[in-house]
Design a protein around this ligand. Structure first.
Ligand code: KIV
Length: 283
């Protein structure tokens, strides 16, 4: 089996066979321009996370994300990705209430959104939805530990599985999801020892976020990695690989200055009445 980096496009079978052979790099993406860059950089999996509601729309949590917006953002990412596997996140209440509705919503993500798989949060309590979606031949990624759609139940965004009882619950949830046919499971904010044990025991890949180095892959949120969020609100498990916020602010400041001083646009950036080359892009 070829390594993931040689696999184009990355599919669910390739991810499954990467377990134990090659670490999986996953990042969130919400729009076509950033998805194209991440894809070209060799990110294996692009997750159109419902975190879009916080990162792009500035909401305090993910509960207000809707199917319509997830489908639209997923379409943008899927159209831009050449190689990466694109996964659409199922928003709050799109799969919890009813298994039939879950299948129809997951089907929308694939048919209208153009992704290859969906992700759902929760363990044994969402098994009816997971089983129904899998039975419709739609690949499902699970998500246990700190599941942000349940943050009110947890009393905030807190590390999960610290007590022996909680750890056992999370382990059983992950096992049940694998049993139900999930092709991978996200482990969010759990102790690294627990994540390593689950990774050892499951036949499917685990993707960690705040779950230590023992997982089969790692996922981070685009805005955190690129330094687009405030450094003080960055969780401890994030590594910021760039600091784009000050660069963007400085570029915008320069533009505003040039507009006000008349420095922009120059003659070269303006049209005359004569023949002009084709425009690169027409808005
Ligand atoms: O919505 C999201 O971004 C996620 C990741 C943090 C795993 O679910």
């Amino acid at each position: 089996m070829a390594s993931l980096s040689e696999t184009s496009p990355v599919g669910v079978p390739a991810l499954l066979s990467a377990k134990g052979r090659e670490k999986i790099a996953m990042m969130t993406a919400y729009d076509a321009s950033s998805a194209g860059l991440l894809d070209a950089a060799g990110i294996d999996v692009l997750l159109v996370g419902d975190s879009v509601e916080m990162t792009v729309y500035g909401r305090p949590n993910t509960l207000t994300a809707t199917m319509d917006m997830m489908v639209r953002h997923t379409r943008a990412v899927a159209d831009a990705a050449r190689r990466a596997l694109v996964i659409g996140d199922m928003p709050f209440l799109s799969y919890q209430a009813d298994a039939r509705e879950a299948v129809l919503n997951a089907g929308r993500m694939l048919a209208e959104g153009g992704c290859s798989a969906v992700k759902v949060e929760g363990g044994r309590r969402v098994l009816p939805a997971v089983e129904a979606i899998v039975a419709a031949d739609i690949p499902v990624m699970g998500h246990v530990g700190l599941t942000p759609q349940s943050y009110r139940k947890f009393g905030g965004f807190k590390v999960q599985g610290k007590s022996a009882e909680d750890a056992a619950e999370i382990r059983q949830d992950a096992e049940a999801l694998a049993q139900a046919g999930c092709f991978a499971v996200v482990l969010e904010c759990v102790p690294e020892g627990l994540a390593a044990e689950i990774t050892r025991d499951l036949a499917i890949p685990t993707i960690g976020i705040g779950a230590g180095a023992g997982c089969d892959g790692q996922v981070l949120v685009f805005h955190d990695v690129m330094g687009l969020t405030g450094a003080t609100s960055t969780p401890r498990f994030v590594r910021r690989y760039a600091e784009l916020a000050p660069l963007i602010e400085e570029a915008a400041r320069e533009f505003a200055k040039d507009v006000k001083s008349g420095e922009f646009p120059s003659a070269a950036e303006s049209f005359t009445g004569g023949a002009t080359p084709a425009l690169r892009r027409i808005y």
